[in-house]
Design a protein around this ligand. Structure first.
Ligand code: SF4
Ligand code: SF4
Length: 109
């Protein structure tokens, strides 16, 4: 996979206000443990099911449920793989015009 060069997150939180955050089984367990709750409770309070995607993090007030008003991630240390790797996603960097698309909302590119 090609890596985006010179990317530096500016902590604007814009990527936490769009799309879906997919959760792997292992991430569900790890985040539940981080929050000191059981997985059943975590799933009920923090996730929703999307028919064709599976479990994703809930959005509240048009942002990820874990994003604070100061653009901080409440589960930063244990945030899902998808969050840790943005914007270096295969389908993004494969696109010819990825820079224009990502720059529309990401201040770090
Ligand atoms: S888990 Fe954290 S990094 Fe990922 S979308 Fe939510 S607030 Fe953003
Ligand atoms: S949109 Fe870009 S700069 Fe803003 S928080 Fe997300 S990765 Fe960082």
């Amino acid at each position: 996979m090609k890596t985006i060069i010179d990317f530096k997150c500016k902590k604007c939180g814009n990527c936490c206000r769009r799309g879906f955050v997919y959760l792997k089984e292992e991430e569900i367990k790890n985040i539940s443990s981080f929050l000191k709750i059981n997985t059943k409770q975590f799933i009920k309070e923090y996730t929703e099911n999307i028919l064709w995607l599976g479990k994703v993090l809930k959005f509240k007030n048009n942002k990820c449920i874990f994003l604070t008003d100061n653009n901080l991630c409440l589960i930063y240390e244990i945030r899902p793989y998808q969050c840790r790797t943005f914007p270096n996603w295969g389908w993004i960097v494969k696109k010819e015009n990825w820079q224009e698309e990502i720059r529309e909302f990401c201040n770090g590119v």
